[in-house]
Design a protein around this ligand. Structure first.
Ligand code: PHE
Ligand code: NA
Length: 459
C-alpha cells in the first residue's frame, strides 16, 4: 500500500470523524461566509447570484472538495509530497505536483489579505466593547469604518496582531485544545447569527432582504458575476489550494468521505445564508447600499448592536466569534506550508515565524490599498481591471483564478488519472447510482463548468 510508503512514523490522526468535521468546518466557515458572501451578493445584484452560487457549491464545489480530501487521505503526506507520490503510483507525470505548489502560492497571497480583514474584526471588538455603536446612526457607523480604512497605521497594527496570533497558534502545534475550542465556539457563532436574524426580522426590512437574497432576476447577473460565484464556491469551501488535502491526510480510513463533505457543505452554506439574512434587512431598513463593497458587514451590523438591548455584549461577542472563525481559517492556510518546511527539517516554530513574516509583509500592500494606494491600479491598462486596487487584484488572482484552476486539476486527476476502482473504494458511495453520478460529475461536469466560465470570461 501507498500509505506506508516512505513514512518512518505513523501519521497522527484526527481523534474521530467529528474532530475532522470540526477542523474542516473551522477552515471552511470564515470571513468568506460572514464578510465576503454578503458583500459580493450585494455587488452582483442578489438572488440570481445566490442561485448560481448554490449550484456551483452542489455541482462543482462539493465533488471537488470530496476529491481533494480523498487525495489527501490516500497520500498521507504534505500536499506536495502526496501529489508527487500519487502520480508516481498511478503512472502519471510528476508534474501533477504543481497543483500543490500553486496552492502554496495562492495560500500565501490569500492569507496576506485575509489577515488584514481579520484585523478589522479585532478593531471592531474594541469598538463594540467601548460602546462606540450605541446611539450612532448609519452615517456615524459609516464614518467609523471609513476612519479605519483611512488609517494605515491602525490597519497595520491589527493586521500584525492577527498574524502574530496565527503564528503563535500554528507554532505551538494545532493540538487538541484547538479542537475543543472550535467545538465550543462554532455552535456559539451559529446561535449568535440566529439571534441577529431574529433582530433583522423584528427591526429590519425583512421581506425586502429575503426578496433580494432569493428572488432571482438574471438580468442583474453579469458574466463576471458568474465567475465570482464559481470562485466563491471554492473559496468558501476552502477547496482548490490543497488546504483540505492537508487536512484529509490525517483522516482515519473508516470515515465516509462523501457524508463528511456534505456535512461541511451544508454547515458552510447555512452560515453564509444566515449572515445574508441578518445583514440585508438592515441594509434596506437604513437606506444603505447593498453594493457598498467590502465594508458592508461593518456598516450594517454595528447599527443593530447600537440599538438592541444587550448590544454591547452581543456586539463584542459577535466580533470575537468572527475573529475565531477567521483564525481557524487562517491557520488552515499556513499549516500546509509549515508542515512542508517541517518535512525539510525546519523546526515548527521557526517555520511558522518565517512564513508568517513573509505573509505579513505582503499584507502591507493590502493595508495601503485602502488609503495611500487607493488610486494605484497597476493593471488598469487591461480593461476589466480598470479601477482595481492591489487588494482587488490579489482577491481576483486567488478567488477567480487559482482556486478554480487548482480545483479543476484535482477533479481531472481524481476523475481521469486515478483508477476508477481506487476512487470508488475511497469515496464510499457504494457501487450504484450515487457513485456513477459522482464519477460523471467529477470527470465531465465540474471541469467543464470551470472551463466554460473561464473561456466565457476571457472573450
Ligand atoms: N473558506 C474560508 C472562508 O470562507 C477561506 C479559505 C479559503 C480558507 C481557502 C482556506 C483555504 O473564509
Ligand atoms: Na466558507
Amino acid at each position: 500500500g501507498l500509505d506506508a510508503a516512505g513514512a518512518a512514523t505513523p501519521r497522527p490522526q484526527w481523534s474521530s470523524r467529528l474532530a475532522f468535521i470540526l477542523a474542516a468546518t473551522g477552515s471552511a466557515v470564515g470571513l468568506g461566509n460572514i464578510w465576503k458572501f454578503p458583500y459580493i451578493t450585494g455587488e452582483n445584484g442578489g438572488g440570481a447570484f445566490v442561485l448560481v452560487y448554490l449550484a456551483c457549491i452542489a455541482v462543482v464545489g462539493l465533488p471537488i472538495l470530496a476529491a481533494e480530501v480523498l487525495l489527501g487521505r490516500r497520500g498521507r503526506h504534505s500536499p506536495v509530497r502526496s501529489m508527487a507520490q500519487l502520480a508516481k503510483a498511478d503512472g502519471a507525470s510528476p508534474r501533477w505536483g504543481w497543483v500543490a505548489w500553486m496552492g502554496f502560492v495562492a495560500a500565501f497571497v490569500l492569507l496576506s489579505f485575509y489577515s488584514v480583514v481579520g484585523g478589522w474584526s479585532l478593531a471592531y471588538i474594541g469598538h463594540a466593547v467601548s460602546g462606540d455603536f450605541g446611539a450612532a446612526d448609519a452615517e456615524a457607523i459609516g464614518a467609523l469604518f471609513g476612519g479605519l480604512l483611512g488609517s494605515p497605521g491602525t490597519l497595520l497594527l491589527w493586521h500584525s496582531v492577527f498574524m502574530l496570533m496565527v503564528v503563535a497558534i500554528v507554532g505551538a502545534g494545532v493540538n487538541a485544545g484547538m479542537e475543543r475550542a472550535i467545538n465550543l465556539l462554532m455552535p456559539l457563532l451559529f446561535v449568535l447569527l440566529l439571534v441577529l436574524v431574529g433582530y433583522a426580522m423584528a427591526q429590519g426590512d425583512f421581506a425586502r432582504g429575503v426578496d433580494f437574497l432569493f428572488a432571482a432576476d438574471f438580468s442583474k447577473l453579469s458574466t463576471e458575476g458568474v465567475l465570482t460565484a464559481l470562485g466563491h464556491a471554492f473559496f468558501t469551501l476552502s477547496t482548490g489550494i490543497c488546504v483540505m488535502m492537508a487536512y484529509g491526510s490525517f483522516l482515519p480510513r473508516e470515515v465516509n468521505i462523501a457524508r463528511t463533505v456534505i456535512t461541511i457543505g451544508v454547515l458552510d452554506t447555512l452560515v453564509a445564508l444566515l449572515a445574508g439574512l441578518a445583514i440585508f434587512p438592515l441594509v434596506f431598513a437604513n437606506g444603505l447600499e447593498p453594493g457598498a463593497g467590502p465594508g458592508l458587514l461593518f456598516v450594517t451590523l454595528p447599527l443593530a448592536f447600537g440599538q438592541m438591548t444587550g448590544g454591547v455584549l452581543f456586539g463584542s461577542l459577535f466580533f470575537f466569534l468572527l475573529l475565531v472563525a477567521a483564525i481557524t481559517s487562517a491557520i488552515s492556510m499556513i499549516e500546509p506550508v509549515v508542515e512542508w518546511l517541517e518535512d525539510r527539517g525546519v523546526a515548527r516554530k521557526i517555520g511558522a515565524l518565517l512564513s508568517g513574516a513573509l505573509i505579513w509583509a505582503l499584507g502591507i500592500c493590502t493595508v495601503l490599498s485602502f488609503n495611500h494606494w487607493a488610486d494605484f491600479h497597476p493593471l488598469a491598462f487591461i480593461g476589466r481591471f480598470e479601477g482595481k486596487t492591489l487588494f482587488d487584484l490579489f482577491d481576483f488572482l486567488v478567488s477567480n483564478l487559482a482556486l478554480p484552476l487548482g480545483g479543476m486539476a484535482i477533479a481531472l486527476y481524481a476523475g481521469w488519472v486515478m483508477k476508477p476502482e481506487t476512487l470508488r473504494d475511497l469515496i464510499g458511495l457504494g457501487e450504484g447510482l450515487a457513485w456513477a453520478l459522482f464519477r460523471f460529475v467529477l470527470r465531465f461536469l465540474s471541469p467543464a463548468a470551470v472551463l466554460v466560465v473561464f473561456i466565457y470570461n476571457l472573450v
